[in-house]
Design a protein around this ligand. Structure first.
Ligand SMILES: O=C(O)CCC(=O)C(=O)O
Length: 276
């Protein structure tokens, strides 16, 4: 697989075509529709701009197969990353006629000097489970904002906080930006992006839901500062399912971030500042 590392480093994202085959897409649709059906009314209201915000881990073995998908790990290798670790996954599903998602970025350790590196410490791997376009809620990005200041940075609150969940729909955080571009994809494509890039999503104006699985990885864990590793590895061990002793558990083991040193964990700070 040949991918352009320079494109990721300069624009902040790349698209890899046809990563999920039809049977895997079908399995993921079945598993994610099952999770969506269990949402509480409170969560549906709280996460209305994201559509849903469901933590996905080992509810179904198909998710472990997705997190360890050889084609996706090959894509990371082709981009020059050699020690990937999976951190978390969220199901963001816009119901029919859902509002747009606010502009934001998702990096969380802005006090650490690694935040100013041209190379991403953390990336998202996004899999949309249906074709996307501006009419059903495709992604929008402002290229280059993962490492360059943009006027929008000065207008945004920290992402995924009460301030964004309860934002007025007329707020600037939903505005059209002169330098934004649309990122429509075909179901099964893989969108890899720098956690620092400014992004948003259109409203879903259709009668069908639009589901997205966002997988978070540290693409080169071995190169990260100890403080980031210490934070990444401290997540409470999940209750492992019965199937962990089988094939899928073996696939996941090398992808789990671990840290045995004694560095203090990095501080959580989602407000960008190192560009200034
Ligand atoms: O829904 C989308 O297309 C993007 C979701 C996202 O970026 C987020 O919730 O952080």
């Amino acid at each position: 697989m040949i991918l352009d590392r320079e494109e990721l480093l300069s624009s902040g994202y790349v698209i890899v075509k046809d990563v999920l085959d039809q049977p895997l897409l079908d399995e993921l649709r079945r598993a994610t529709d099952g999770l969506l059906a269990q949402q509480s009314a409170d969560d549906i209201e709280r996460y209305k701009y994201q559509g849903s915000n469901i933590a996905v881990a080992y509810q179904d073995p198909v998710f472990a197969r997705l997190f360890a998908l050889p084609k996706a790990l090959d894509a990371l290798r082709a981009l020059g990353f050699t020690s990937p670790r999976w951190w978390s996954t969220f199901l963001l599903s816009k119901p029919p006629h859902a509002p747009p998602l606010y502009w934001h970025q998702d990096w969380w350790a802005w006090d650490d000097p690694i935040s100013a590196s041209p190379v991403p410490a953390q990336v998202f791997l996004m899999y949309y489970l249906s074709d996307t376009n501006p009419g059903n809620g495709c992604l929008r990005v402002i290229p280059g904002t993962h490492c360059r200041h943009n006027p929008l940075h000065d207008l945004l609150p920290a992402a995924h906080t009460r301030e964004t969940y309860e934002a007025n729909p007329n707020s600037v955080i939903f505005s059209s930006r002169p330098d934004e571009i649309d990122v429509p994809v075909t179901a099964g494509d893989l969108l890899i992006g720098d956690a620092r890039i400014l992004h948003a999503a259109y409203a879903n104006q259709t009668d069908h839901h639009r589901s997205l699985l966002t997988l978070w990885y540290f693409p080169d864990y071995d190169l990260l500062p100890d403080a980031i590793k210490a934070y990444a590895a401290r997540k409470k061990p999940l209750d492992l399912p019965d199937w962990w002793s089988g094939e899928e558990g073996k696939l996941m083991e090398p992808l789990i971030p671990r840290y045995n040193g004694d560095a203090a964990p990095a501080t959580w700070n989602r407000v960008p500042k190192l560009f200034y």
